[in-house]
Design a protein around this ligand. Structure first.
Ligand code: XMP
Length: 334
């Protein structure tokens, strides 16, 4: 009989067998379900010989970088290095309006920043007498559906957009740095990864987190990404998600976010005519992310969120809810 506890024990012994007594493993983590569960599994198997790197790309959500640091490093005890490259990213995004160019820039920059950090970690790993081994492996939280997708037909969104911002990273780590790939979740489906996360003692809120795109808020700001727009997107998104949680709807929704449309809409505030950004709320339900339906919120919920956003987020005077299904609308706006 297959149980999660058995899977966990076998996965740990397999990792130990593959990596050996001295081998060390490097990975990029995001705070998402897959990389967090995979990282905690590595930590259980080989302790601090597993090195996780979190790159702050300047387009994470409100307080997200600090929260991920707390969860992974403090709560789960993972050997984590945080690289704050937010200024480099925001600088490079100046003037970029094309969605594909945003994705390519963020993906490419991510690899550069990660590789630079990897070289530092390799030196540190080799010179640490307690560990005294080389970094030989690069770990990725690839799931079974990702394996299938890469072997066969690429889904419609995969061909329309450049997905998975870190797609080029394993190749770079394997070819450039000569590391071997290790993928401890490659036989699991998403719900099994969540189950494994629970068995590893990861808190429920983290285990149930919605997916978040690698290019982050950058693909949730139509057009140019500016620090002001990132701030507005963060505030509005935070209000939306907090209200979703308060209403007990989070686990019924597959993915939700607030985006910024920087075209200015007219509004009245007090007795003045104002121009403000438009906030687009999106929430969908889906099982495979290839097709999706807009979530059917109660009307008073949407009004509550609208009221909070226009009152609390400076520079916004209009809120709309996107009711488009996928297809034709993708889940992200860009
Ligand atoms: P779309 O927008 O194509 O998204 O319906 C389907 C799923 O993929 C996520 N997504 C991305 N994830 N890098 C990522 O890592 C990307 O560039 C990217 N674009 C979309 C999206 O959030 C949804 O879960």
């Amino acid at each position: 009989e297959w149980t999660m506890q058995k899977f966990l024990e076998e996965a740990i012994s397999q990792i130990r067998h593959t990596v050996g007594d001295k081998g060390q493993v490097l990975a990029a983590v995001s705070g998402g379900v897959d990389s967090t569960v995979a990282a905690k599994l590595m930590k259980e198997a080989i302790g601090d010989r597993f090195w996780a790197v979190l790159v702050n790309n300047g387009v994470m959500r409100l307080n997200e970088c600090d929260q991920v640091k707390k969860d992974l490093s403090e709560a789960l005890g993972i050997n984590l290095t945080v690289v704050d490259a937010s200024e480099q990213f925001l600088e490079g995004l100046k003037g970029v309006t094309d969605p594909e160019k945003k994705r390519k820039f963020i993906g490419g920059k991510f690899i550069d920043v990660f590789e630079e950090e990897a070289l530092k970690i390799e030196k540190a790993a080799e010179s640490d007498p307690a560990k005294a081994g080389k970094i030989e492996f690069f770990m990725q939280g690839t799931l079974y559906p990702d394996v299938i997708e890469s072997l066969s037909f690429k889904g419609p969104s995969a061909t329309i957009k450049t997905h998975h911002n870190v797609g080029g990273l394993p190749a770079r780590m394997m070819n450039g740095q000569g590391l071997k790939l290790i993928e401890p979740l490659r036989s699991l489906y998403k719900d099994e990864v969540r189950e494994l996360g629970r068995a590893l003692g990861i808190r429920e809120e983290l285990v149930m987190r919605h997916p978040f795109p690698g290019p982050g808020i950058a693909v949730r700001i139509l057009g140019e990404v500016t620090p002001e727009r990132v701030e507005i997107a963060r505030q509005a998104d935070h209000i939306f998600i907090s209200e979703i949680r308060k209403a007990g709807l989070y686990d019924q929704i597959s993915q939700a976010y607030a985006a910024v449309d920087p075209s200015r809409a007219v509004g009245v505030m007090g007795d003045k005519r104002v121009y403000g950004y438009i906030i687009i709320l999106r929430a969908v339900t889906t099982t495979d992310y290839m097709t999706a339906e807009a979530f059917n919120f109660p009307w008073d919920f949407l009004q509550r969120v609208m009221n909070r956003i226009v009152n609390e987020v400076h520079g916004v005077c209009r809120v709309v809810y996107d009711v488009t299904s996928k297809p034709p609308g993708t889940i992200e706006l860009e």
